[in-house]
Design a protein around this ligand. Structure first.
Ligand code: GLU
Length: 482
């Protein structure tokens, strides 16, 4: 049997990290087994589905490298298939038309609530006579279609993550609606029915999806049985939790893959991190691997049952690992769009050498690409700079203007600024002003960059000088009243 798995996102929002992680597990399993990974877009909820969300999902999966072998298949284009299956169930007496009105259902629920019973449909129209049906139709009622659920059944499966799971059919809420009401017979098919019909049609062998779907699985198993086909294997993957241990949701801020992308996480680091959200490799000290590497090791025996806490520090660390081992050219190529979006003026071609030096200067401190915007602002800024309070306080101290003046004077004697020459200037000023190196460096940094912390000062000085920014900034510090 060749393995066929699928990811089945609903385009009712951007690609969510939970869906993407489920896609990672599906992809890894398919690759490990030499099987196929299929993409199905579950766009039957016409009110909430949007083409821009579909696009965001396809772009996100592509960006992450989760290439699919078949699809995308769109549920909205397959309504006939679902209706045929519903008709088959009706013909076999496994489903029926239910004429209960929503007012009647509300009343039923209210009674159940009053009696402290769980809400469920009481199957009241399961065995209507043709005369009763005709009377409801004559009243102008439009029926939904319900699938019969035998209350006495127990539905069990061997979950690849959770082991044996079993449900009493009596806990499934009574006969289940599989199609909405429609004048002309069968209305819009509903979720559980469409999923099962698709999974059968697409010959899915393993349904790997989030734990939030576990309550649907017994209903779906009953549908498989009713449709007379083999039930696939199921794996319900642990939820991704926030710090407080609740399901990660939009309220937690960033949850969609395009947001992570924008913040400067690389696709490689993000898939690496998602792989570890609920799975651990046999060598649990191994933390860095690409999709192909993880696919060789992946199996559900090492997927946790417990929810996986989302850990920003770990994601940042992993992302940093990827950024730090990139070549300067590659890192530069990835940073250029962020600097451009930050509104910085530069020419990627003629400024290339300078940009590469800048990358070499800040690259090792980056954990996210977007951080480069703030980190390199001073290098792209105009001659005039703002001083942050610490830098202003530094330059305000008695004798610090003299330090800057001494630097300017010593520098004037040098034909060209080199790293060694810059060191010489600092040494000379230390001696001349009888000051510690730290004080001279801190003042110089404050004057050049308007900040007291930052990347290597000598390199920064050189880079600013290459842009013609160093001399004017020293002059500005000298002429400014702090
Ligand atoms: N469309 C469902 C979702 O986005 C997935 C259904 C499934 O995997 O069976 O949550």
């Amino acid at each position: 049997m060749s393995v066929r798995v699928r990811i089945a996102p609903s385009p009712t929002g951007n690609l969510h990290i939970g869906t993407a992680r489920t896609a990672v597990f599906n992809w890894l399993f398919a690759r490990h087994q030499g099987g196929k990974f299929i993409l199905r877009v579950e766009d039957t909820d016409l009110e909430r589905s949007r083409p821009e969300y579909t696009q965001n999902i396809l772009d996100g999966l592509t960006w992450l490298g989760l290439t699919w072998d078949e699809g995308p298949v769109f549920q909205s284009q397959r309504l006939d298939l679902y209706k045929q299956a519903i008709q088959t169930l009706l013909n076999q007496g496994l489903a029926y038309r239910c004429y209960t009105t929503s007012a009647e259902l509300d009343e039923l629920r209210a009674n159940q609530r009053a009696n402290h019973q769980a809400p469920r449909y009481d199957n009241r129209h399961r065995d209507l006579t043709p005369e009763q049906e005709a009377a409801f139709v004559a009243e102008g009622r439009t029926p939904v279609i319900r699938f019969k659920i035998a209350d006495e059944r127990e539905v069990a499966w061997q979950d690849m993550v959770r082991g044996k799971v079993s449900w009493k059919a009596s806990d499934l809420g009574g006969d289940m609606v599989i199609a909405r009401a429609a004048e002309d017979g069968i209305g819009q098919p509903l979720y559980n029915l469409a999923v099962v019909v698709d999974d059968i049609d697409m010959a899915i062998t393993h349904v790997i999806r989030g734990e939030d779907h576990i309550g649907n699985t017994p209903k779906q198993i009953l549908l498989y049985e009713a449709l007379g086909v083999k039930v696939p294997e199921f794996a319900h993957t642990p939820l991704i939790l926030n710090k407080a241990g609740q399901k990660l949701s939009k309220r937690d801020g960033v949850t969609s893959i395009s947001d992570f992308q924008q913040m400067g996480y690389t696709a490689e680091a993000l898939t690496n991190y998602m792989t570890l959200l609920g799975w651990s490799p046999p060598d649990s000290t191994q933390e860095i691997f690409n999709l192909e590497g993880a696919a060789q090791l992946f199996g559900f025996e090492r997927v946790n049952k417990a929810g996986a806490k989302f850990d920003w520090d770990k994601l940042n660390w992993i992302n940093g690992q990827y950024l730090h081992k990139m070549s300067p050219e590659e890192l530069l190529a990835r940073l250029i769009p962020y600097w451009q979006a930050g509104g910085y003026q530069f020419d990627p071609t003629s400024d290339r050498l300078w940009l590469e030096q800048l990358v070499a200067l800040i690259g090792a401190s980056l954990n996210r690409l977007e951080e480069a915007v703030a980190m390199s602002r001073t290098f792209f800024a105009s001659e005039i700079i703002e001083y942050n309070p610490e830098a202003a306080a530094q330059l305000q101290q008695p004798g610090m203007k003299a330090v800057i003046q001494a630097i300017v004077t010593a520098w004037e004697k040098q034909p060209e600024l080199t790293p060694d020459g810059a060191q010489e200037i600092i040494k000379l000023v230390m001696k001349e002003q009888n000051l510690k190196k730290g004080v001279v460096m801190r003042s110089l940094r404050s004057a050049l960059m308007g900040e007291v912390h930052g990347p290597d000062l000598i390199q920064s000085w050189l880079l600013l000088h290459q842009k013609g920014l160093a001399v004017p900034r020293l002059q500005q510090a000298l002429s400014k009243e702090f």
